[in-house]
Design a protein around this ligand. Structure first.
Ligand code: CP
Ligand code: NVA
Length: 248
């Protein structure tokens, strides 16, 4: 499997490489600047060539169109390992974590509190497929058009899970100061957690910035399912690969 990383990664890199190894395969890690794509080779040509040499491609990059072009021209599965618009592998592991904790998905409520970003979009899509209600609390300036932001207290009422993500995603660094100001009221802390269901868990795709989108006490609290959630990247992606490769 070719794993193309145009951006940094802890979980995605290690879970995919380990997962491929555990399934009996071999992962080629291709970092920013190593493929000729960095010098203008088209995603179409890269897709045509990789399709003849490996069984699947994973890619983490900024522009979503690059993943779509690879997928359009590849004859092997192309997996989105994060773009600026989507992070589906994380959402898959998140649904697994919810099912592990609550024994079901249908009828659960997940409250996402924070920046309207790739994670928000993928959670909305995965939630719709799985029957999980996803309520989003984001400042109006940083809301997704498909999820106009609620107030945090409104979003978390009756929620089975509180979810947050970084305030400054990869690629949004130029806007960091404005984002921190707008997002200051959208932090998961003990007070907000107390407004959710008594058995609510806390989720975060990581990396975390304690003191920004989540307080340190909540991140490491017993109700934090964050470390199981990170581990589930490995299990969910192994199942994804098995599904894609056995179906092919
Ligand atoms: N959650 C996640 O994708 O983490 P990494 O950026 O470390 O891969
Ligand atoms: N929204 C974050 C997710 C990191 C896993 C980003 O894109 O940087």
């Amino acid at each position: 499997m070719a794993l193309v990383f145009d951006k940094p990664s802890t979980r995605t890199r290690v879970s995919f490489e380990t997962g491929v190894y555990e399934l009996g395969g071999n992962a080629l890690i291709l970092r920013q600047g190593e493929l000729q794509m960095a010098r203008g080779e088209s995603p179409r040509d890269v897709a045509l060539v990789l399709s003849r040499m490996v069984h699947a491609v994973g890619i983490r990059t900024g522009p979503h169109a690059t993943v779509e072009q690879l997928a359009e021209h590849a004859s092997i599965p192309v997996i989105n390992m994060l773009t600026h618009d989507h992070h589906p592998c994380q959402a898959l592991a998140d649904m697994m974590t919810l099912r592990e904790r609550f024994g079901r998905l249908k009828g659960l409520k997940l409250a996402y509190v924070g920046d309207g970003n790739n994670m928000t979009r993928s959670l909305l899509l995965a939630g719709r497929l799985a029957g999980v209600e996803v309520a989003v609390a984001s400042p109006p300036e940083l809301s997704l058009p498909e999820a106009p932001g609620l107030e945090p207290a409104e979003a978390v009422a009756g929620a089975h899970a509180l979810y947050t993500d970084v305030w400054v995603s990869m690629g949004d660094e130029d806007d960091a100061e404005r984002r921190r100001e707008l997002l200051a009221p959208y932090r998961i802390d003990a007070e907000l957690l107390a407004r959710a269901r008594g058995d609510a868990i806390v989720l975060h795709c990581l990396p975390a910035h304690p003191g920004e989108e989540i307080t340190e006490d909540v991140l490491y609290a017993e109700r934090s399912a964050v470390w199981d959630q990170a581990e589930n990247r490995l299990h969910a992606q192994k199942a994804l690969l098995e599904h894609l490769l056995l179906a092919a």
